[in-house]
Design a protein around this ligand. Structure first.
Ligand code: DP6
Length: 364
């Protein structure tokens, strides 16, 4: 399971004798503007993507670590989700921890007690993998820094982003505030396929307080997992032109965001969302992830925008729920429209109000 030298070293030594502690981080979810859809190798993206880091939809994770008296080379884990044991989640976390021993060789030397909870309600269809993997990666990187030392502040987030990526690709963007780019891209300095980079610096301030109202059309489990969806891109006849389109869209989107060009921003973001769904529709097998109410909401948004001239745009994840993106200055008008025109198309009227946020927070 682990390299031979790790196991031998583990049974013979305990370099971390009597070390124990606890760390806790809160990390937000993110919503992609240019989508990551297609991967290769060990969680490497076929194209660069960019996302808003959110504010309200978060995961809080704490990790207690206690040095084992007699290390046996195995991961020792107890895991609680929202206070309860969840064997299926625990098995995934264990598998993830085993997979990152090469990056964190200290892990088999400790008993780990992980406890995690989300700040958003269950059954909303909101994927929590980005926030949960980001929170866990931040905790583990923090522990590494304590027990091993040596990470400079700039390296800390980079390492946490790399580890988050290994858990779930999109999670690597959640460690940075406001806006993050993941994937090598000619116009983004220091960009990398291995980890995300912060991308807010040159962007117009209107985007720093952008709102995201998440309209829950259905809270049912996704009909296709992200993992399976990414894999379908390998046989998709439009794959190569899609990766080029995403690269071009990222260039154009960042330019629009720097100029504060809301119209161009909205045009690209909506095109990205519909392209993601079109790619799923023309994969083999094919998936239709939008529901009738998704289309009703999209049409209502487009009509409202034409009639009122309000900069209200939508994006979609790989599912039927609609993210409404709009400037803070238009909050009152847009929210009135949401209330009267859009809420009826949401499952049990469910909407999560969120906004662009300042990134993860260390809580312990
Ligand atoms: C549609 O990051 O969930 O949300 O790397 O397999 O965990 P894995 O996939 P994941 O894919 C996210 C896809 C997306 C677009 C995006 O967030 O960029």
């Amino acid at each position: 399971m682990f390299p031979f030298y790790v196991c031998i070293f583990a049974v013979m030594n305990q370099p971390f004798k009597h070390i124990q502690g606890e760390v806790a981080w809160k990390a937000p979810s993110n919503i992609a503007l240019v989508k990551y859809w297609g991967k290769y190798g060990v969680q490497l993206p076929r194209n660069a993507s960019v996302s808003f880091t959110l504010s309200s939809a978060c995961t809080e994770t704490s990790v207690r670590y206690t040095a084992k008296e007699a290390p046996d080379g195995n991961i020792s884990l107890s895991f609680l989700f929202e206070g309860a044991e969840k064997p299926a989640f625990a098995a995934k976390i264990r598998q993830f921890l085993e997979s990152i021993v090469p990056q964190f060789p200290f892990l088999p030397y400790f008993e780990l007690e992980i406890s995690s909870s989300n700040t958003f309600p269950h059954s909303t269809g909101i994927a929590s993998s980005a926030s949960s993997m980001a929170a866990l990666a931040l905790c583990l990187t923090d522990i590494e820094n304590t027990v091993m030392g040596g990470l400079r502040p700039s390296e800390f987030l980079e390492k946490a982003s790399t580890i988050a990526r290994l858990g779930s690709g999109s999670a690597c963007r959640s460690v940075y505030p406001y806006l993050a780019v993941w994937g090598k891209h000619a116009t983004v300095s220091m960009s990398s396929n291995e980890h995300a980079v912060p991308a807010f610096e040159a962007v117009h301030p209107v985007f720093k307080t952008f709102q995201d109202a998440i309209l829950i059309v259905s809270s049912d489990e996704k009909s296709v997992s992200s993992r399976a969806g990414h894999a379908l891109m390998e046989g998709n006849p439009f794959a190569e032109s899609r990766y080029q389109q995403a690269t071009d869209n990222l260039t154009a989107l960042l330019a629009a965001m720097q100029a504060g060009d809301l119209e161009k921003f909205g045009e690209i973001v909506e095109l990205e969302a519909l392209t993601l769904h079109a790619l799923m529709m023309c994969s083999t097998p094919s998936y239709m992830l939008m529901l009738p109410n998704t289309l009703k909401i999209i049409n209502l948004i487009r009509n409202y925008r034409t009639e009122k001239g309000v900069p209200l745009y939508f994006t979609l994840d790989a599912g039927p729920n609609v993210h409404l993106l709009y400037p803070e200055a238009d909050k009152a008008t847009v929210e009135q429209f949401i209330e009267t025109e859009l809420r009826p198309y949401c499952e049990n009227g469910k909407i999560l109000m969120d906004a662009v946020g300042a990134g993860p927070l260390k809580i312990k």
